[in-house]
Design a protein around this ligand. Structure first.
Ligand SMILES: Cc1ncc(COP(=O)(O)O)c(C=O)c1O
Length: 383
């Protein structure tokens, strides 16, 4: 039966207990597996494979339309596994408006190991073409980007990458497989911080790296086993429990985000609002073409930017905290939090200043969220 992805997420991990028929996948909290004296069984050691982790990995690979998924202890560990496919001397082109941790690991860690990187505006294909060098092996996109939610044309980037003998990877954390399917658009890798929407409850760190090609999927699995930063069984179970409600959570969060973006757009205390669902957003039509929705992140500029801390403190329902994609709405200050590792000139050129706020819209009632924002904006009203 050809299942809708919304049904698929509900059934990830179901049917994994032939012994007792448990509907919820058992947590195989074991390091090792007893075997007959003369041969190993299907599992031998949990760093290599564990049935709870495998149930989630297989479900995710199928959902994404990839050849295989490897699961890691965090999104950063999944991103690191991807960069481990590169060699000394290789070059990467990345979306410049991207998660600060990805910037940090490339410049601080892989830079020392001889991998070079160019951070460019991937919404402009000319900038990407200009950045390519004979050693470019990977184009890495975040779309919508972080924190401004700019939209890059994934199909166009896949064409550029493949013409230049490079891979295309997409960090699909903000979109999830229910909103954007990078493999259908030509990507070679999809990476997730499963800490966010996939698990959805702000209670587990997890990462996934999915490859379109079976040989690359196998190489990543071997890398995961060699480097060891794999997802623990209980954490895999938490992601599996969370992902069952992904479709309904996203529908609600996205609808609320739309209300909130429109409210902010009309508010006199707010400057530009960045939300791909708004007609005024520069990536609006591209987002409609390549994704099934705008997502539930809203970024906006406070006019009274220097009073950002007062604004955050005045919020009563929305929590000032770093992260996104969970049941609770969170507000983040990119300048001092998620993007603080970027050098000052880059922060300035990306327009990440004191008044920029990134809101992850949660599952509370949208009227309450709007009321909370309205009251906090009132607090910092300039007379
Ligand atoms: C888009 C994106 N990718 C990757 C990461 C890293 O994920 P993790 O925190 O699970 O290591 C984050 C974290 O905020 C993120 O926002």
């Amino acid at each position: 039966m050809n299942r809708h992805p919304d049904s698929h997420v509900v059934h990830i991990g179901v049917g994994q207990d032939p012994l007792h028929g448990a509907v919820s996948t058992p947590i195989y909290q074991t390091v090792t597996y007893q075997h007959p004296g003369n041969a190993l069984g299907p599992y031998d050691y949990s760093r290599t494979e564990n049935p709870t982790r495998t149930a989630l990995a297989e479900g995710l690979a199928l959902l994404e339309g990839g050849a295989g998924a490897s699961l890691f202890a965090s999104g950063m560990a999944a991103i690191v596994a991807l960069f481990h496919l590169l060699n000394h001397g290789d070059h990467v082109v990345l979306t410049e408006d991207l998660y600060g941790g990805t910037y940090r690991v490339l410049t601080d860690v892989f830079g020392r190991l001889g991998v070079t990187a160019s951070f460019v505006d991937t919404c402009r294909s000319k900038d990407v073409l200009d950045a390519l060098t004979p050693t470019t092996r990977l184009i890495f996109l975040e779309t919508p980007s972080n924190p401004h939610l700019y939209v890059t044309d994934v199909q166009e980037m896949a064409g550029i990458a493949h013409t230049h003998n490079s891979w295309l990877a997409v960090d699909n954390t903000f979109m999830t497989p229910l909103r954007q399917r990078p493999f259908d658009l030509g990507a070679d890798f999809v990476v997730y911080s499963a800490t966010k929407y996939l698990s959805g409850h702000n209670d587990v760190l997890a990462g996934a790296l999915i490859a379109a090609d079976p040989d690359l999927a196998k190489r990543i699995q071997e890398l995961a086993n060699s480097t060891g930063g794999v997802l623990a069984p209980f954490d895999a179970w938490l992601v599996m429990r969370g992902i069952k409600t992904l479709a309904v959570r996203l529908d609600r969060q996205e609808a609320s985000a739309r209300h909130i973006a429109n409210f902010l757009l009309d508010h006199p205390g707010v400057g530009p609002v960045y939300f791909p669902g708004l007609d005024s957003h520069p990536g609006h039509s591209l987002q409609k073409h390549q994704a099934r929705g705008p997502g539930a992140m809203v970024t906006f500029q406070l006019k009274a930017g220097r009073r950002h801390a007062e604004f955050m403190d005045a919020l009563k329902l929305i929590l000032p905290a770093v992260s996104l994609g969970g049941a609770e709405s969170l507000i983040t200050h990119p300048l001092t939090e998620t993007h603080r590792e970027l050098p000052p000139d880059r922060l300035q050129s990306l327009k990440i200043g004191p008044g920029l706020m990134r809101l992850s819209v949660g599952l509370e009632h949208p009227d309450d969220l709007i009321q909370d924002l309205d009251a906090a904006l009132d607090r910092i009203k300039e007379s």
